[in-house]
Every structure is written in structure tokens, then in C-alpha cells.
Design a protein around this ligand. Structure first.
Ligand code: SAM
Length: 299
């Protein structure tokens, strides 16, 4: 592998190598326009091109901050394969491009990451212009541990794929962060309950907006609340990681997936006599040695 080194320091943001442009990833507010940063406004004013997930939405934002874009391109999930290489060509030709998403940090739960990967492959400088982000805003106000966390974003749609994403997260000890729309949140809570049990969660809704709300409780309690108060607005679901007790219980029940014969064979393979192996299996399962003996005869 060849190391690629990029130094982003510039005296003026758009004042770098005149031959190649720069890809700026510009955060925009997730609801409250006061969260737009001075640097975001300046970068959007100075860039030659703005690529936006939803150009209509972005036009409103630009007009609010008195920004008239040189060129406004659309870059979203359904045109990224064609639009991505075209945008990269402009940057290679020397244009500075600002990528914005609908809201928040570009490249988080939107196709921005693909454009960044293309840019990095071409050796184009990529400069983040940070700002609002829904997941981290929800996490810091959740009251759940922030020292370690996993951002999951949107779950897939199909039940099997959902289970495939959630199963390995069951043993994650850090806090988990999900994005969800109001239409699917109740269903998603039932998937989380099925995968993790009745853990503590926080539903963070309409962050930075007038009706911002945090609902803290167990999955069951929050699901019950949503039955009585139909969900409205955008949600971040913050889920407590696996507790020490859950981890200990999972550790001590390592044999659950084994048949009784496999359980006994496991201890024998570790050097126990058959008699001792049966005794250990009986003790793990909290049953009498005779039950193990009978089960072995039946198996
Ligand atoms: N790029 C964005 C970011 O940095 O947070 C996320 C974009 S993602 C396409 C949209 C999802 O983010 C929403 O469905 C919701 O789950 C979450 N979200 C965005 N704005 C939010 C807000 N104001 N309050 C709660 N969740 C929000």
C-alpha cells in the first residue's frame, strides 16, 4: 500500500494548488438555521460549485444566507454513479466543490462517502467543514455512555437483513445510534426489542427545532408511549450497550447452542473423564446427573 498524505492547511480555504480544486464537505443545520457556521457560509460563497442532495432544499438555505452559487449540481443516491465522476472531473480541472447534504454532515447516511472515496482515489484534497450532526447531538444529550459508541444509521428494510445487522451488535458494550423516520420507528423498536431485549433507550426527536424532545425509558415503555402519542418528526434512537450482567449471562451460557451430547463431549475434549464431563454439564444446566445420563441414552 502507498501512503497518501494530504495537508489541509491553507491560509485561505480555497487558496490551494491552482491546478486541482478541493472537495469541501460542508455541514448544514439539522433544523435550526442558527447552527450554520461562519466558515460554512464563507466556503459556500467561495466555492465554484455546490453539489447538493436536494437542490430545492439547498436553494432555500443558500438564499437565507445570501449565497449565490456559481453552479448548483444535484448529487444523490439515484444519480451518484453518473454525477460522481462528472463532479470529480470538475475538481480535477481546478474547480473547488462544496458538497452539502439535506441536513447535517455530508457523507453520514447519504451518498457523500462515495464521492469522497472517488476524490481520495484521484488524490484530490478533501476538507471537512464541520457542524451539526443528528447522531452526535442525540448521543451527547442522551445520558447514556459516550466513551464508546457505534453509529449504525438506518437499518435495512428486510427482516432478515435487519437481524443480520442487529445480531452482532447484541454484544457491543458501547452505545448504539440509529436513524429512523416517524413511519417506521414503531416497527424498528420491535426489532430492537427482539434483538437486544428490553434495554434502556432514548428517542431524540426534532433536534435543534422548536419541538425538540427526548424520550428516555426502556424499549417497551417508549413503544407504549408511541402507541398513545403517534410519532412525528425525525428521530435518532440511542440504545444502551450490553450491560455487564447481560455479558456475564451470555458468557456463562456459552453451552446453550450445544446438544447435551455435544456439551459432555466438550468437557471430554478438554480432558475430563466421561463421568466428570457429565457432572459438569449437569451443573451448567442446573439439572441432575441422572438427567444428563438419560438424555445421552435417548440421543
Ligand atoms: N447527514 C445527517 C446528519 O449528519 O445527521 C443525517 C442525514 S439522514 C439522511 C436523515 C436522518 O437523520 C433522519 O431520518 C433522522 O433519523 C436523522 N435526523 C436528521 N435531522 C434530525 C433532527 N433534527 N432530529 C432528529 N433526527 C434527525
Amino acid at each position: 500500500m502507498t501512503i497518501q498524505r494530504q495537508s489541509s492547511f491553507q491560509s485561505k480555504e480555497t487558496d490551494n494548488d491552482p491546478k486541482t480544486g478541493t472537495l469541501f464537505l460542508v455541514a448544514t443545520p439539522i433544523g435550526n438555521l442558527e447552527d450554520m457556521t461562519f466558515r460554512a457560509v464563507r466556503t459556500l460563497k467561495e466555492c465554484d460549485i455546490i453539489a447538493a442532495e436536494d437542490t430545492r432544499q439547498t436553494r432555500k438555505l443558500l438564499s437565507h444566507f445570501d449565497i449565490s452559487p456559481g453552479m448548483l449540481f444535484s448529487y444523490h443516491e439515484h444519480n451518484k454513479t453518473a454525477s460522481g465522476p462528472e463532479l470529480i472531473r470538475y475538481i480535477i480541472e481546478g474547480k473547488n466543490l462544496a458538497l452539502v447534504s439535506d441536513a447535517g454532515l455530508p457523507a453520514i447516511s447519504d451518498p457523500g462517502a462515495d464521492l469522497v472515496a472517488l476524490a481520495v482515489r484521484e488524490g484530490i484534497p478533501v476538507v471537512p467543514v464541520p457542524g451539526a450532526n443528528a447522531a452526535l447531538s442525540a448521543l451527547i444529550a442522551s445520558g447514556l455512555p459516550t466513551n464508546s459508541f457505534t453509529f449504525v444509521g438506518f437499518l435495512p428494510r428486510e427482516r432478515k437483513s435487519i437481524q443480520a445487522v442487529l445480531a452482532p451488535l447484541r454484544a457491543a458494550q458501547g452505545t448504539l445510534l440509529f436513524y429512523e423516520s416517524p413511519h417506521r420507528i414503531v416497527k424498528t423498536l420491535s426489532h430492537l426489542q427482539e434483538a437486544f431485549g428490553n434495554r434502556r433507550i432514548v428517542l431524540a426527536r426534532e433536534l435543534t427545532k422548536r419541538y425538540e424532545e427526548f424520550l428516555r425509558g426502556t424499549i417497551d415503555e417508549c413503544a407504549q408511549w408511541l402507541e398513545e402519542h403517534p410519532p412525528l418528526g425525525e428521530y435518532v434512537i440511542v440504545v444502551e450497550g450490553e450491560s455487564l450482567e447481560e455479558a456475564q449471562e451470555a458468557d456463562s451460557a456459552w453451552w446453550r447452542a450445544l446438544s447435551i451430547a455435544e456439551h459432555v463431549a466438550h468437557y471430554e475434549s478438554e480432558g475430563s473423564t466421561r463421568k466428570d464431563a457429565m457432572k459438569k454439564a449437569a451443573s451448567d444446566r442446573g439439572v441432575a446427573k441422572r438427567d444428563i445420563y438419560n438424555a445421552l441414552l435417548e440421543e
